[in-house]
Ligand binder design. Structure first.
Ligand code: FAD
Length: 409
């Protein structure tokens, strides 16, 4: 069988893969991306965080994203019963981008993959990686082409950006269970027909279920009068609802009076979809000749829209390590890649756990929050989970615990 050679092989042209490709092309590396699907293709994960813009910019893809005309986003709004609060990400503790976009991922991922190709990466769609060998001097993968033919590619370094495909974790038995309970989501896109002035389209809106603190809905407005709408809950909660995915989603949306009113004129023209058990973890984020990016490594939870930001951050950290490795320096992947990546992921984890326990919800809905504390929380909600100057990053568990107690009292 023919063996092709490349410097960097990337599995998957999602956000992690394409941004990594851009960063590595800027270093002058030869990059090949193998993507299983034909783009454009649907993907979930549509609300970006401002922190992610830094990596789009670093990868040389800012203009591509700006010119795509996505919905502008400047914050997050939260509703629970008659309570409402919102955070403007431009008013935040950490320096950096305060705005970003809400994106249809079919288009967004195509824009990023197109930018990677424009920068000189070879992107092959409908080429699926089916097996991997990391025992030899260089990692080697087996690929199935759209014509059903099989070929092999050997690379000096392999980046697994296969997202929920989790290619290397599966094939190299790196998977470990997530500590989170099994949750799932039902979601669709609707033509929302929300009257202008009644809804801030520049923010994601997270609505907490009127009776269950651990059930929440997202409404993510797009630039074309449509909205992404979804609900997240434990598997057992979702299983109580019968019928098609659309019928189940409609029934759960119908349990929240505020959301029902907001979407009273919506046209439900797209069949809903379901995803369950997406939280995932791995024993190690790297190995000999390879590293795992984005969702191919760890995925926590969708509540703070952190997935794409973490995917970009992983691409940025990994490409910095690759730069040094190709310059002949020795790289400690645990210390220089895994530990710094996990630091921010752990900040999000603290806030996610507190969200589902209800404590963080009490904090954000508290009527008398100090403006400085809100700016620090705004920074984390904007994705600046690696900024250790923020006390809620540096000492997140203890600080948030104290705040929860104050708010509960
Ligand atoms: P992906 O986007 O999954 O891309 C991986 C690519 O690899 C895919 O194109 C796939 O086709 C390809 N691939 C897979 N297997 C193979 C193979 N064998 N060979 C070749 N190619 C392969 N994140 C946010 O930032 N904001 C949100 O609002 C948000 N909402 C979410 C809501 C839900 C319900 C869920 C479950 C997640 C949400 N996320 C959100 C997370 C977000 O979807 C992911 O974190 C993000 O897409 C990860 O990007 P990635 O590049 O790692 O992987």
């Amino acid at each position: 069988m023919k063996v092709e050679k490349t410097e960097i092989l990337i599995i998957g042209a999602g956000p992690a893969g394409s941004v990594a490709a851009g960063l590595l092309r800027k270093q002058g590396r030869e990059v090949l991306i193998l993507e299983r699907e034909q783009f454009p293709r649907f993907s979930i994960g549509e609300s970006l965080l401002p922190q992610s813009m830094e990596y789009v910019e670093e990868a040389g893809m800012l203009r591509d994203v700006v010119e795509a005309g996505f919905q502008y986003k400047n914050g997050a709004a939260f509703a629970r019963g008659d309570k409402y609060t919102d955070f403007d990400f431009r008013e935040k503790f950490s320096p950096g981008w305060g705005t970003t976009y809400q994106v249809q991922r079919a288009t967004f991922d195509q824009v990023l993959a197109g930018a990677a190709a424009r920068m000189g990466a070879t992107v092959r769609f409908r080429h699926e990686v089916t097996s991997v060998d990391t025992e030899g001097a260089q990692p080697e993968v087996t690929v199935r082409s759209p014509e059903g033919e099989t070929y092999r590619v050997q690379a000096r370094f392999l980046l697994d950006a296969s997202g929920f495909g989790r290619v290397l974790p599966r094939l190299l038995k790196l998977e470990t269970p997530s500590n989170f309970p099994v949750r799932g989501a039902l979601f669709t896109h609707v033509e929302d027909r929300i009257a202008p002035g009644t809804f801030d389209r520049n923010k994601i809106r997270v609505t907490v279920h009127p009776e269950h603190v651990h059930v929440w809905y997202w409404t993510i407005p797009f630039a074309n009068g449509r909205c992404s709408l979804g609900v997240v809950a434990k598997k057992e909660f979702l299983e109580q609802f019968q019928g098609t995915e659309t019928e189940r989603l409609r029934a759960i949306v119908g349990q929240d009076p505020g959301l029902t009113t907001l979407l009273k004129d919506a046209v439900w023209d797209t069949p809903a979809r379901a995803i369950t058990g997406y939280a995932a973890n791995v024993k190690s984020l790297w190995g000999k000749g390879f590293a795992l990016l984005g969702n191919a490594g760890e995925f926590l939870d969708p509540v703070f829209s952190s997935g794409v930001t973490i995917a970009f951050k992983s691409a940025s950290l990994a490409s910095a390590c690759i730069r040094r490795a190709f310059a002949g320096e020795s790289v400690d992947w645990e210390r220089e890649y895994a530990v710094p990546l996990k630091a921010g992921v752990d900040t999000f984890r603290t806030f996610v756990e507190s969200w589902y326990a209800g404590g963080f919800q009490d904090v954000i809905f508290h009527p008398n929050a100090s403006p400085e504390v809100r700016r620090m929380i705004s920074a984390i909600l904007a994705g600046y989970a690696w900024d250790t100057n923020n006390p809620y990053v540096a000492d997140s568990k203890r600080r948030l615990g104290v705040l929860e107690k104050l708010c509960a009292a």
